[in-house]
Write a new protein. Structure first.
Length: 221
């Protein structure tokens, strides 16, 4: 049977992870969270105190041997068999990850791993460049978005659920900063692929979002 790839890009907090996870579950596909990989490299660089040293970050990316496992919708990330899952979604990583992600050599390493995962097929991948660079021939491309206020509120709720002390204003400022860096970088900027289907899910529940996207996808595959 055909090896399907569904690629979803969009700004931070647009619900890509939730939608991709839910779609993967419903379709029986593999979920690929590419952001988790950039987060893992960022965490490793922060832990080694080299997050401002480009050459050291590249070295970390090349030696990271990242592997991903999905358990009940959660992407577990390992580097050289050490589990990093619990360390990659912190405010510290959030504030540094976009700077790490501009480094072309880091991207080359991550894209190599992502393409390898894609070759097996039946993948729902989400990130910033999966519709444009990683899987230019994806069977379906979706550009998911929502207003900045809605996206900030969603992330803020996630942090509150984890008891992280951060304000809504801080969350919004971080999203805006990341979107700006992610969209304006030279290599693989966040862009709407010309053949992507654009969907604004402002005001929709995750369930409504899933239903809409699922129906759209089964029209195509
Ligand atoms: O999707 P998530 O918010 O976890 O991504 C974290 C960061 O990783 C993004 O803000 C972006 O800087 C980077 N990223 C990227 N390319 C991807 C996925 C994520 O540059 N494909």
């Amino acid at each position: 049977s055909k090896k399907i790839i569904i690629a979803i890009d969009g700004p931070a907090g647009s619900g890509k992870s939730t939608a991709a996870k839910n779609l993967a579950k419903k379709l029986g596909f593999t979920y690929l969270d590419t952001g988790a990989m950039y987060r893992a490299i960022t965490f490793l660089a922060l832990r080694s105190g080299v997050s401002d040293n480009r050459d050291k970050i590249i070295e970390i990316a090349r030696n990271s041997n990242l592997t991903l496992k999905t358990d009940n919708g959660l992407t577990r990330v390992f580097s050289n068999d050490e589990e990093l899952t619990d360390f990659i979604r912190t405010p510290e990583v959030n504030s540094k990850v976009s700077e790490v992600s501009v480094i072309p050599e880091v991207r080359t390493e991550m894209v190599k791993i992502q393409k390898r995962i894609g070759e097996k097929g039946n993948v729902v991948a989400e990130g910033r460049d999966v519709t444009t660079v990683v899987y230019p021939n994806a069977d379906i491309k979706i550009f998911l978005t929502a207003t900045i206020d809605e996206r900030a509120k969603r992330r803020f709720k996630e942090f509150q659920a984890q008891n992280q002390s951060i304000t809504l204003e801080e969350v919004k400022a971080n999203l805006e900063k990341r979107d700006k860096i992610d969209s304006s970088r030279e290599v693989s900027p966040l862009r709407q692929a010309p053949d992507a289907f654009v969907f604004d899910n402002t005001g929709l529940t995750p369930e409504e979002d899933l239903e809409f996207l699922y129906n759209k996808i089964i029209e195509v595959i």
